[in-house]
Ligand binder design. Structure first.
Ligand code: PEP
Ligand code: MG
Length: 327
């Protein structure tokens, strides 16, 4: 099986009826970029920049950040890399950032990610400069984690634009283009899509956090694992309600949570019209194989019907369709 997946490296993730799906990988360290060549993925759909902060004993200075980002871009070559600004705070507390209170009662819902970065903006400005300089002469794709309201996206993008103006005023070479995206992982943001979609270049759904917030079920608590089903009608209907306006607005929409790395779940996502997945490298082979066995149009029709009158066993229904259709 492994050999069969390796053979798919140079084969496009395309359905039988010619629908191309974008399959990218999640990464966080310099060496993770090697996964691009190993898997033949289309790019890095989520580069978790906080990894460098988490593995470091001291706050990584701007030069160190910049070096990492440039190395990642060099290694990726023509393939896009989406850098996510730091998602720290809460349970990912850093010993050298003493103002971050690690004793929050609900750290996942606490002062983390963009909430922290917009207030401690020295951190965000340094990261913005590191990213802008690292991507000089290329396209910079940047996305912001835990956006809960549209204004937070505005503020983050404005911070980047101010740094761009500052640096180019000092004669620094800047990216040819900057594409700004938001992560949708806080359910509230789904009710501001009319405000958000006109501003973003892309949207990426973080199903790990989204699921825990939608179900009020801690993603790290094994006692809740049974309830944490990505194929629940609530999740699938939620995703559909995001996918439809995004498509109408012409905004590329992807999923970068673990959900996209599981074949049946990824099949459901594609059935909802979400055709950009960023997944763990080990999942690329199995997901590509699944995609190549699909009849896209039939799947979209089936999943659409399924959500009108969801069966009690959604997983069983999807698995049954897959088996009957040679997936
Ligand atoms: C997510 O929440 O789905 C996600 C991709 O981000 P992280 O797992 O890093 O929180
Ligand atoms: Mg997340």
């Amino acid at each position: 099986r492994k050999a069969a997946y390796a053979a798919l490296r140079d084969v496009a993730p395309e359905t039988k009826d010619g629908h191309r799906v974008t399959v990218m990988v999640n990464a966080g360290l310099r060496d993770d970029v090697a996964a691009l060549d190993v898997t033949g993925a289309d790019g890095i759909g989520l580069f978790r920049t906080e990894f460098q902060f988490l593995v470091s004993a001291t706050l990584p200075q701007r030069e160190r950040q910049q070096r990492l980002y440039r190395e990642v871009l060099d290694a990726a070559g023509p393939r896009p890399v989406i850098f996510r600004t730091v998602d720290i705070g809460g349970d990912k507390a850093l010993p050298y950032l003493t103002s971050v209170d690690a004793d929050e009662e609900n750290p996942a819902m606490g002062w983390r990610a963009l909430r922290l970065a917009l207030e401690r903006d020295g951190l965000m400005k340094a990261q913005a400069r590191a990213l802008l300089e690292a991507a000089a002469g290329r396209t910079l794709n940047v996305m912001f984690p835990m956006v809960s309201e549209a204004w937070e996206f505005d503020q983050a993008r404005d911070l980047f634009e101010a740094q761009r103006a500052f640096l180019s005023g000092r004669g620094k070479r800047m990216p040819l283009e900057i594409r700004y995206g938001a992560m949708l992982e806080v359910p509230a943001l789904a009710y501001q899509l009319d405000l958000l979609l006109p501003k973003v270049d892309f949207l990426s759904i973080g199903t790990n956090d989204l699921t825990q917030f939608l179900f009020a079920a801690d993603r790290a608590n094994p006692k809740l694992a049974e309830r944490y089903d990505w194929l629940s009608p609530s999740i699938l209907r939620f995703l559909k309600a995001v996918a439809e306006p995004a498509r109408a607005a012409g905004v590329p929409l992807g999923v970068c949570g673990e959900m996209g790395g599981r074949p049946l779940e990824a099949m459901a996502l594609i059935g909802l019209g979400i055709d950009r997945l960023s997944i763990t490298p080990a999942a690329v082979g199995p997901i590509k194989a699944m995609i190549r066995s699909l009849d896209h149009d039939a799947l979209v029709g089936f999943v659409g019907e399924l959500l009108v009158h969801p069966p009690a066993d959604m997983r069983g229904a999807l698995a049954g369709w897959a088996a009957a259709h040679g997936v």
